[in-house]
Design a protein. Sequence first.
Length: 211
Amino acid sequence: MNSKLITPNLERKPSSLRYYQEGPPTELDIDTWSLSITGLVEQELTLTYQDLMELPQVQESRRMVCVCNWSIRRTWQGVLLSTVMEMAGVSNPEKYYVKQTSIGTKEKGVYESTIPLGDALSRRAILVHSVDGEYLPMEQGYPLRLYDFGLYGYKNVKGLAQLEVTDQYETGEWERRAGYDINGIIRPKKYWLVDKKEWGFVEEPGEVTDF
Ligand SMILES: Nc1nc2c(c(=O)[nH]1)N[C@H]1C(S)=C(S)[C@@H](COP(=O)(O)O)O[C@H]1N2
Ligand SMILES: [Mo]
């Protein structure tokens, strides 16, 4: 878990700050940060960083894809979304959505994104706290980021503060501003594979597993 891993050509990945609407939180005390899980659950939860670290952990090599046609495969570590949803108790996840809200900043507010819960669970969405064996850098979402790898980058929220289980499929920041599709499913086409320094043609919608 703590071993350092290497993503080739990481220095060629486009800057995270370019895609960080509200910017990384300016001050963050990890001892007071927590993830709240609210909404249509049997038991609302407030999980501290320590709580999350004590839950069962996963480490998976998966490819993230940006709507701007670049992608990168990295090794992500964290807790499965299913683990915390089971703790909170959600009876029919396929009927619901999960609205993610970032910590945000005073100046620029928060970033929000809503994803279908059942799909996220079936795709093994991860509450990511580390990448390549190190804690997420501030601009990549410290302390936590929810990743459904079947969806474009704009659907995952960095600097996560809240998950709300809801029956409303709400449009988020980029969907309103740029007209991106609310479903955010990765589409079949040609993507630049940063780590491999080559183009790859993706044939099927959803998570990219061929490269
Ligand atoms: N809180 C927050 N999370 C966010 C964003 C944002 O603006 N705010 N941008 C999204 C977009 S559009 C992309 S492409 C990815 C970029 O992730 P990276 O920093 O790992 O490159 O973060 C996503 N998560
Ligand atoms: Mo993006």
